[in-house]
Write a protein that binds this ligand. Structure first.
Ligand code: AMP
Length: 303
């Protein structure tokens, strides 16, 4: 099954202790689509400015991503500037320029409206709602957001969450959204807001998945070289929703396997800046890391 995604397509300027890049390809929808494209078809809805070059569009098309919902508008493309210290788990936003997103209203191409899998990547929750208003009857709606929107557009976000099946956010955002310091209590509060599953991303400490079935925990893949965590969350979501859509199976065991696929995909993104590592990634490498992951987490039961 194809996935419909709405989110940002951006130019990022990023500083980490290991280097710096300026105006490189980024954005929540870009990382998500590229990651998911290893498993299934993707229909992308976003906007870029007239300054957006052809090369990245060619790259996304080469991954089989349908760009019929990508509008080009007068003005500049969304720009984000962030910094990471030695604790790579925490991004410090220095600048957010919405630019063409300020006046953007998504208009879905007719064929996108029947999407069965929808991913509302990190973007203004009002735009997430506008997309939901145009899709017929999706089987699964998954959603990401961040502190910028939890602070700035809380009411719209709460409205969106009522229509979301799976919410994927990081640990600090979980506490912020629930107004609760304890993660388990915070998860319960968020599950009462609408989603039936909450995926809490904890950077190098892995992922916790909360649902009525209980809690599932997966570690992050231990890497020797981590250059830039930008996009790790979106790439995780791409692997996670990509796996669910490719199997069209939403059982608890499928969600567990999707969590590992998400972690595998994210582990590649952080090895280089921007989408560089995903550009030359192969399915053989993905499978090999999935197997290593399995070995990492396998242990015998009680006798
Ligand atoms: P993450 O996966 O959380 O590291 O997401 C990083 C990406 O999110 C970057 O490529 C940014 O361009 C994008 N981004 C940052 N802030 C926002 C925002 N307020 N709305 C939408 N996208 C954003």
């Amino acid at each position: 099954m194809d996935i419909l995604v709405v989110g940002s397509v951006a130019f990022d300027t990023v500083e980490t202790p290991f280097g710096q890049v300026e105006d490189v390809l980024g954005g929540s929808a870009t990382f998500f689509s590229t990651s998911a494209s290893f498993m299934t078809g993707v229909q992308l809805v976003a906007v870029v400015g007239e300054d957006f070059p052809e090369e990245p569009k060619g790259f996304l098309k080469s991954r089989g991503i349908d760009l019929a919902g990508l509008q080009t508008r007068p003005g500049e493309t969304f720009r984000w500037k962030g910094r990471y210290g030695y604790d790579l788990n925490e991004a410090h936003t220095l600048e957010t320029h919405l630019n063409v997103f300020e006046s953007f209203h998504p208009k879905l191409p007719e064929v996108f409206c029947s999407a069965q899998y929808v991913f509302l990547a990190n973007i203004d929750p009002e735009l997430q709602l506008e997309v939901l208003a145009q899709v017929d009857k999706p089987r699964l709606v998954a959603c990401d957001t961040m502190n910028f929107w939890i602070d700035g557009k809380r009411d719209a976000l709460i409205k969106t969450l009522k229509r979301v099946d799976i919410l994927l956010i990081n640990e600090a955002e979980t506490r912020q959204l629930a107004n609760e310091a304890n993660l388990v209590k915070a998860a319960r509060t968020i599950l009462d807001m609408g989603p039936s599953t909450l995926v809490v991303k904890r950077g190098e400490y892995g992922v916790l998945v909360f649902s009525a079935q209980g809690v599932f925990s997966a570690p992050a893949y231990p890497l020797e070289e981590v250059f830039d965590p930008t996009g790790a969350g979106d790439t995780f979501a791409g692997g996670f929703v990509g796996y669910l859509a490719s199997t069209d199976n939403l059982s608890d065991s499928s969600i567990r396997k999707a969590t590992v696929f998400g972690s595998v995909m994210a582990s590649f993104t952080v090895e280089d800046f921007s989408l560089n590592r995903l550009r030359d990634l192969t399915w053989t490498e993905i499978e090999a890391r999935f197997r290593k992951f399995q070995a990492l987490t396998q242990f015998e039961g009680l006798s």
